[in-house]
Ligand binder design. Structure first.
Ligand code: SAM
Length: 159
């Protein structure tokens, strides 16, 4: 699904992507099937969504229930990746560089959300606070940095 360009938006010629390879470690299930329905940013009072973790990565959930907030990274798979200048309001007036926006259209279409963990159900996380389309591939799950305390030994000389 390639998003249509708005008048005046600029793209770049981009090579085939080859700098890194990712594991899609799961799939995100949300109520939204079109962009129009999808919130621009998730909200803590948004609907419950299910993050399905594929084997063998489901075993990496050990200890996750200790956290009330998680940082979720996902691949906005239905984005175009060649946009340089964007016109978010479609008004032909105000243009912004891709890196000055949180638009899903970006060279590496990674989305991030801080979500509330409602519960763990087997190999799925039930959360609130997402803003992605149903079926969006999952890249990573991390405890919210404010709740997390390092588990590794202290580093000498670093406070
Ligand atoms: N919270 C993330 C962030 O800030 O990195 C994503 C914000 S982005 C503005 C959210 C929008 O991306 C949604 O409203 C929807 O229009 C679009 N979107 C959601 N899932 C997508 C997907 N799988 N592929 C392409 N676009 C998607």
């Amino acid at each position: 699904m390639q998003t249509r360009l708005r008048p005046g938006e600029q793209t770049a010629e981009i090579p085939d992507a080859s700098d890194a390879s990712l594991y899609f470690i799961g799939r995100i299930h949300t109520p939204w099937t079109t962009r129009d329905q999808c919130p621009r940013q998730g909200r803590s009072d948004g609907p419950e969504c299910r993050i399905e973790i594929f084997a063998p990565w489901d075993r990496a959930l050990t200890g996750i229930e200790a956290y009330g907030r998680l940082e979720i990274l996902y691949w906005l798979d239905r984005s175009r990746r060649d946009l340089i200048l964007q016109n978010p309001k479609s008004d032909g007036e105000r243009y912004f560089g891709t890196f000055a926006l949180r638009s899903p259209q970006r060279p590496n279409p990674i989305g991030t959300s801080l979500v509330t963990l409602e519960r763990v159900e087997g190999s799925s996380l039930i959360v609130r606070g997402l803003d992605c389309l149903d079926g969006t591939p999952l890249i990573d799950v991390k405890p919210d940095r404010c709740e997390f305390t390092p588990k590794a030994p202290d580093k000498p000389g670093v406070t």
